[in-house]
Design a protein around this ligand. Structure first.
Ligand SMILES: Cc1cc2nc3c(=O)[nH]c(=O)nc-3n(C[C@H](O)[C@H](O)[C@H](O)COP(=O)(O)OP(=O)(O)OC[C@H]3O[C@@H](n4cnc5c(N)ncnc54)[C@H](O)[C@@H]3O)c2cc1C
Length: 397
């Protein structure tokens, strides 16, 4: 076993959250940073996300984080010639009259947040989403600023840029444990031990378990969500990502004329050590049914790949980003409730600054201290439904 090595900061988990954080920390300079993943960058949810950057924001602070993230992905994609970032716009529709007030409420809220949004009549939706059946639709909202990105592409770029700026990227050595040692932390892996004054837990669905082993009960609940990549008979053109809020299926254009479709949240907690990473039959049957009804042009598309990944929920559906101490030097960035791609870049920039200045004001809405230290019992609840952004906490298990 090699002798232990020392760093200023260990970022534990190289998904989008950890890689973006390592990138932003490296830009601030002056520290020795280790970005460690027990598997590989993008092995978790970031390698499985649908990559929709939409207007699911809950207040002006959040709308700004989402906008900062979008801008960063757009700029980085342009600078590094990545093809995955596309401004497509997004449409959410309803087919039940009684849901129209909720949609109208959503429109007013987005306007207040200064997010571009406008009402769409069914016929207009028909012109925007190829082959969509609109006869039973009552209307929808268009948010023209919505975009899509290929999450693994962004994840690898952040990790590579961080590495080029001097961050040590280590992956594939099994995780043995994290423990307090003196005034700092010791990360023990099958490839050796690493010491640091500060550790940031960015291990996605595994974060709760890692913190639990340190005696900390974090209000996080991993849950399973599924998606699939479809190849239509004829290449799909670029169109706004589309979400049928009642049938609960979203679809977005993907590179090469493909489509990515998925559903929302499983409202039970999953064990990351035992969950099923493959899609299940009821999910695919549901997508097929929704396509036959709503998107008949693509009902004959073949399934190229279908999968499940783990997202992580919190009791109030807002992320958990900030210090966990005491003990000192332990931080977390997790709990993105299925919307981590569209917030990772912006939150990482703010967290890097906070770690270096000690001022966490810019992340106050995500402070872990908003929950009692002893933990909170709750179940994951859907956030992709209308009104799900700010609904009441999920039922206690
Ligand atoms: C099917 C699906 C669709 C989605 N669609 C969208 C979408 O359209 N828009 C959106 O914004 N979000 C979407 N998401 C959510 C988004 O993908 C996640 O919120 C985001 O990727 C979380 O990033 P993360 O870095 O926190 O976690 P992860 O990407 O899970 O990264 C955690 C990393 O930690 C590593 N790790 C685990 N244990 C350890 C350990 N002990 N030591 C070191 N490393 C460890 C893992 O290997 C992994 O690489 C979707 C997710 C899924 C599954």
């Amino acid at each position: 076993m090699p002798p232990p090595r020392s760093f200023s900061t260990i970022v534990l988990g190289a998904g989008l959250a950890g890689s973006a954080l390592a990138y932003h920390l490296s830009r601030l300079g002056g520290r020795e940073i280790l970005l460690y993943d027990e598997a590989y960058p993008s092995a978790g949810a970031s390698g499985k996300g649908a990559g929709i950057l939409c207007a699911q924001c809950w207040d002006p602070w959040d709308a700004q984080v989402v906008e900062e993230t979008r801008k960063e992905y757009r700029d980085l994609s342009e600078r590094h010639h990545l093809g995955g970032y596309l401004t497509t716009g997004g449409i959410r529709s309803v087919s039940t009259v009684s849901l129209l007030p909720l949609l109208e409420e959503r429109r007013r809220m987005l306007e207040q947040l200064r997010v571009p949004v406008r009402w769409m009549e069914p016929a207009e939706i028909g012109g925007a989403v190829p082959g969509i059946r609109v006869t039973d639709l009552k209307g929808g909202l268009l948010t023209p600023g919505d975009a899509v990105v290929e999450p693994p592409e962004m994840n690898f770029l952040y990790a590579e840029l961080a590495q080029r700026a001097g961050v040590e990227l280590t992956w594939g050595w099994g995780f043995r444990g994290l423990r307090r040692e003196g005034a700092g932390w010791c990360l023990s892996t099958l490839g050796g031990d690493f010491h640091a004054a500060e550790v940031i837990l960015t291990a996605g669905a595994h974060t709760k378990r890692i913190a639990g082993a340190l005696g900390l009960s974090l209000p996080l609940a991993p849950y399973r969500t599924q998606a699939c990549r479809l190849a239509p008979e004829r290449d799909a053109p670029l169109f706004p990502s589309y979400h049928d809020t009642e049938l609960d299926v979203y679809v977005r254009p993907a590179p090469g004329g493909a489509l990515v479709a998925g559903d929302g949240t499983e409202s039970v907690e999953s064990d990351p050590m035992r969950y099923n990473p493959g899609a299940d039959f009821p999910f695919l049957a549901h997508v097929a049914e929704v396509f036959s009804h709503r998107l008949p042009l693509w009902a004959g598309a073949s399934v190229r790949r279908a999968w499940a990944g783990l997202c992580v929920s919190t009791p109030d559906r807002h992320p958990l980003v900030g210090p966990l101490g005491p003990p000192e030097g332990l931080y977390v960035a997790c709990g993105f409730n299925g919307f981590g791609v569209m917030r990772a870049g912006g939150l990482a920039a703010r967290m890097a600054n906070a770690l270096r200045t000690g001022n966490w004001d810019a992340l106050a809405p995500c402070a872990p201290s908003r929950f009692p230290r002893g933990g909170v019992a709750f179940s994951p609840r859907p956030g992709f439904t209308l009104g799900g952004e700010d609904g009441p906490p999920g039922p206690v298990r």
